[in-house]
Design a protein around this ligand. Structure first.
Ligand code: SAM
Length: 227
């Protein structure tokens, strides 16, 4: 249960130095957050592409988050020796065991994130379980708070009903605006989109089963001024 989870009282109480020791002097906080990161495939794919951007996975399962932590430590150790071009590989990626549905604003300062990922979230098929879905009007207010204007929410799922659900809730929320995959690619975000589609363990599983994938991306916009 959540009682066993440790979480910071506020973002300023969060000590990132043990997560990103190579970045301590920069004062940086995470800019990319992968919510329900599972086994960490997205973070591992993106880390070398954006070596100066701090990234954080949030995963509620104990063993899974421990696995990702071990995976990152192993990658830091082994690739430090082999990759001279990037002397501190994977130093920009870390994970917390956390319930992202409850404690998101405890971790991230207002407007600190540029990308927020929801990749193959648990579908919670039954109607009475829909309130457990990771995209909901209440939670969207929190996501809008931690995302900076211009920041992107990436969602992908193999469950069409969930795709429609996430899309309709995001579209109905005043601080998010749909953004087409082509437009993001034109802005140089193609490598991110490619990783969203196929770098995660769940995404690979869907591919093995010849399943379909539904992508929906939204931009955090500035509230319209009322004149
Ligand atoms: N995103 C990964 C992928 O694409 O491979 C994992 C997808 S898996 C179907 C959903 C993950 O979300 C699980 O690992 C689950 O433990 C995690 N999760 C569910 N609810 C969560 C919450 N409230 N906070 C953090 N993680 C959560």
């Amino acid at each position: 249960s959540d009682h066993a989870l440790e979480y910071p009282a506020s973002p300023s109480a969060m000590d990132w130095s043990s997560h990103y020791p190579a970045f301590v002097s920069t004062g940086k906080t995470p800019e990319f957050a992968d919510v329900g990161c599972g086994f960490g495939g997205l973070l591992i794919a993106l880390a070398p592409m954006f070596p100066d951007t701090l990234m954080l996975g949030m995963e509620i399962r104990v063993q899974v988050s421990q696995y990702v932590q071990d995976r990152i430590i192993a990658l830091r150790t082994t690739s430090a020796i082999s990759n001279a071009a990037s002397p501190e590989p994977y130093q920009n990626v870390s994970i917390v065991r956390a319930n992202a549905m409850k404690f998101m604003p405890n971790y991230f300062p207002k407007h600190s994130l540029s990308s927020l990922f929801f990749l193959f979230p648990d579908p919670h098929f039954k109607a009475r379980k829909h309130k457990a879905r990771i995209i909901s009007p209440t939670l969207l207010a929190e996501y809008a708070y931690v995302l900076r204007p211009g920041g992107i929410v990436y969602t992908i799922t193999d469950v069409h009903d969930l795709h429609e659900w996430m899309k309709s809730h995001l579209a109905a929320f005043p601080l998010f605006e749909p953004v087409a995959e082509e437009d993001l690619r034109a802005q140089g975000k193609g490598p991110i989109i490619d990783a969203v589609y196929s770098s995660t363990e769940e995404g690979k599983k869907v591919e093995r089963n010849n399943g379909q994938k539904w992508l929906a991306c939204f931009m955090r916009i500035e509230p319209r001024r009322i004149l």
